[in-house]
Design a protein around this ligand. Structure first.
Ligand code: PLP
Length: 407
């Protein structure tokens, strides 16, 4: 468990928290949108542009050789970080959204196919599937309702499984309520029904907050964005089991993914390069290595325990306030995120006033509008989402200003 001294040290590694522009006052509680960046990352990007900026796979120059080696070093480290079998199972994309679109565009479907998603999904894990239905590539999208614990029940998934089910695309952690879905049991239930059903896990909200072991989870695909785990923007990851990547068609075409081209016949590179057309986000990929190494040292399980303690503290404080409507009070299966409203006060107004006190939260629908429609919550919610640098002092200040708003 991370102690006060360690958290203080971690905070010092995030320059924005001490930026004079904010009078040292910034309280950043919007980590589910994007996390702040550590010095390791900022220095690494700068070092790259100062010392070896070049394109990859240009084997006739030293700069390019170095860049190519470092790209693969990050690929290898991501493999280790999520316990994939091979570095070739790691594909670089732009973000979680692109990783999901890559799969929805590249997977073969038949007209009878059905897919399963849940009401807890982000728009990025809804819209690509709705499109498939609209252009008649699949027959049906089954949407699993949420239970009283703002989670997903295995029996509800079981009810939707049938011989036409091709894929289930599901979030690991709700970006609205912070509920951790019982993925291991969900996978067991599905694979017991039919081993061929594909499982895509959206790890955008789990990657920086709980340890990930893709082999243990036994999922077919896992997607996330680097910017959600203290890494750079513009970089996403698609992990896929080797066999499950092989069944995907090419996604984009261009340089860096082809071996031999003439106008009649093309020979494409092997996976992962086959899915990485064009110049990648080189500085982001290379610098992401330093972030992952840093987090590995802190240890994701320690991060989970620490954030959970802070989250429980916020819940305890919020539940003492009369007018608070807290969504999802499940004590066990949650992490780093919570949503609430204040009776008779609009969530947007609360966000706006908190912003004036230097407290950054997110208000509205959090790109999960179907969920709010289903729950009939008209104004969305106020969302707090934690990162490793948040501390009790910040939460006390947040509660202080919240009470001020209410009163
Ligand atoms: C659960 C979930 N999935 C997908 C996304 C999309 O991530 P990105 O915008 O980095 O593609 C988000 C972003 O908040 C998310 O929370």
């Amino acid at each position: 468990m991370l102690n006060k001294k360690e958290i203080k040290k971690i905070r010092l590694n995030f320059p924005i928290l001490y930026n004079k522009k904010f009078n040292n006052k910034i309280i950043y509680l919007d980590n589910a949108s994007t996390t702040q960046k550590p010095k390791n990352l900022i220095n690494s990007i700068k070092y790259y542009y100062y010392n070896y900026n070049s394109n990859i796979n240009r084997y006739n120059n030293n700069l390019s050789n170095k860049t190519t080696i470092l790209i693969n070093k990050t690929r290898n480290y991501i493999k280790k970080f999520i316990n994939a079998k091979s570095k070739n199972e790691i594909i670089f994309t732009k973000n979680t959204t692109e990783s999901i679109n890559l799969i929805s565009n590249s997977l073969k479907f038949t007209k009878n196919n059905e897919i399963i998603i849940t009401y807890l999904e982000h728009h990025s894990n809804i819209l690509p599937w709705l499109k498939l239905k609209k252009i008649k590539k699949i027959k049906k999208i089954n949407i699993i309702n949420i239970n009283k614990k703002y989670n997903i029940s295995l029996k509800d998934i079981s009810k939707k499984l049938n011989k036409n089910t091709r894929l289930i695309s599901i979030t690991h952690i709700s970006n609205v309520f912070g509920t951790i879905l019982p993925i291991k049991n969900i996978v067991k239930t599905i694979k017991r029904f039919n081993k061929q059903i594909l499982i895509l896990l959206d790890g955008a909200q789990s990657i920086g907050h709980i340890p990930i072991d893709v082999q243990e989870l036994n999922i077919d695909y896992f997607v996330f964005s680097a910017h959600k785990i203290y890494g750079p923007t513009g970089l996403g990851i698609l992990y896929g089991k080797k066999k499950k990547l092989k069944i995907l068609k090419k996604y984009q075409l261009g340089g860096n993914m082809v071996k031999d081209v003439n106008l009649k016949r093309r020979l494409y590179l092997k996976i992962p390069n086959k899915f990485e057309a064009g110049t990648p986000n080189i500085s982001s990929i290379i610098s992401f290595y330093s972030v992952l190494k840093y987090l590995n040292k802190i240890n994701l399980y320690n991060i989970y325990l620490y954030e959970k303690k802070i989250l429980d503290y916020i819940k305890y404080k919020l539940l003492k306030i009369n007018k608070i409507i807290l969504y999802g009070t499940d004590k066990i299966n949650n992490s780093s995120i919570l949503s609430f409203n204040i009776k008779n006060i609009n969530s947007f107004d609360v966000g706006y006033i908190l912003n004036n006190y230097g407290i950054y939260v997110r208000t509205g629908y959090h790109c999960a509008q179907p969920l709010f429609n289903k729950l009939n919550i008209k104004q969305g919610s106020i969302r707090i989402s934690l990162g490793i640098y948040n501390n009790y002092n910040e939460i006390d200040k947040f509660i202080y200003y919240l009470l001020k708003i209410i009163n």
